[in-house]
Design a protein around this ligand. Structure first.
Ligand code: ZN
Length: 91
């Protein structure tokens, strides 16, 4: 079945490449990242400590990054839902 994941694109020079996930740094194109299950809601380094309470619930970006380092997912409950990055998605 086709993935429902919608990729957004950011211009880099002449090329259009998928946006980089702010949590795991894979080029998964924004939205909900299939590699770490973080949902990109625009949070970045400037406000990484904030808990926005949006699609990522109680997770701050900093906390999600720590979880990814430990569990391989932005939250332990997503461990069975994530997949490794494809070669073209690696940071
Ligand atoms: Zn990610």
């Amino acid at each position: 079945m086709a993935s429902s994941h919608v990729e957004s694109l950011l211009p880099v020079g002449e090329l259009w490449v998928p946006a980089v996930c702010p949590c795991c740094a894979s080029r998964t194109g924004g939205g909900t990242c299939p590699v770490c299950f973080w949902t990109d809601d625009g949070q970045g380094d400037a406000d990484a400590e904030d808990v926005r309470g949006g699609p990522n619930g109680e997770l701050s970006l900093t906390h999600a990054r720590l979880n990814f380092a430990v569990y391989g997912a932005s939250h332990p409950r997503y461990q069975d839902m994530v997949r490794p990055p494809r070669p073209d998605e690696r940071p």
